[in-house]
Design a binder for this molecule. Structure first.
Ligand SMILES: [Zn+2]
Length: 279
């Protein structure tokens, strides 16, 4: 090695400070965890938190799932090591209901799958922080989750076409409409084929999707949305995401089950912990 003072940079350890959300965690050995951190500055990283499962660990309580934390990382060749962590925001409301946890997990999963390691995505980071904050405090996850899905599509460059038919190029008019995942947009009545991949949409559903596209999601909070309308919006956005993200959107199924917040077929079952919030 000919390192005659030309490079003062250590060839071994580089310390990096970052603000991060904990997207995933997995136990490692007796007391460690491997974390998937989504950092604002450096994008997604995997890092080991040594001893974090010991109650007396200085890291414990700062690196739980979905927490927003300032971390100091020692960057290694394989995995990074978390050497310090200071909680910024815990989103404590998220942990008060299983359905909030379920939806937060779904958003974290989408963010994980939509990003490559060490590819900074500050806009997506801010969107996830904002969405966790809303999920922790609002009672209807629907507008928050659908808004995240739509913003994610826009950030990935896959904004759905909701104004002009992608088959014939004509402006969409009220009538029979359907979202076609392969075309990435809503086709007009004249271009419908009633094929199995077409998702039939009411005019109300197209309007709601346009509100989401314009990031006017709050307007969906204040209006009654029928289960059919919600179903059309959800199916459309998930079909659009599925076209661009590999693998099934498994967490969506879990979260959808949690979100039903009803007894599952047991008439009059009001004892379910999920039955309290009326939908
Ligand atoms: Zn058309």
């Amino acid at each position: 090695m000919s390192e005659a003072g030309s490079s003062r940079e250590s060839q071994r350890i580089r310390l990096v400070r970052a603000e991060a959300l904990v997207l995933r965690r997995r136990d490692l050995g007796e007391a460690d965890r491997i974390l998937t951190l989504f950092t604002r500055e450096a994008g997604k990283l995997r890092a080991v938190a040594k001893g974090v499962r010991r109650p007396q660990s200085r890291l414990a309580g700062h690196l739980d799932l979905f927490m927003r934390t300032n971390v100091l990382l020692a960057r290694g060749r394989e995995l990074d090591i978390v050497t310090q962590a200071q909680l910024v925001e815990s989103f404590s409301g998220l942990r008060q209901d299983p359905w909030r946890v379920g939806w937060a997990g779904y958003l974290a999963d989408l963010a994980d799958r939509a990003t490559a390691e060490e590819d900074p995505q500050p806009a997506l980071y801010e969107l996830l922080v904002d969405s966790f904050r809303l999920l922790a405090t609002r009672d209807d996850p629907f507008p928050i989750v659908r808004r995240f899905e739509m913003r994610l599509l826009v950030l990935l460059g896959y904004q759905p076409e909701l104004f002009v038919c992608p088959r014939c190029g004509k402006r969409l008019m009220p009538g029979k409409l359907a979202y076609v995942p392969d075309l990435g947009g809503v086709v007009c009545a004249g271009c419908l084929t009633e094929g199995p991949s077409e998702i039939l949409l009411s005019v109300g559903a197209v309007k709601a999707l346009r509100l989401l596209l314009a990031d006017r999601w709050q307007e969906l909070e204040n209006r009654p949305l029928s289960p059919q309308l919600r179903g059309q919006i959800e199916t459309t956005l998930q079909a659009a995401l599925r076209a661009h993200l590999s693998g099934p959107l498994s967490s969506a199924d879990v979260a959808a089950v949690l979100d039903r917040r009803q007894g599952n077929g047991n008439d009059g079952d009001c004892t379910s912990p999920l039955a309290g919030a009326s939908g």
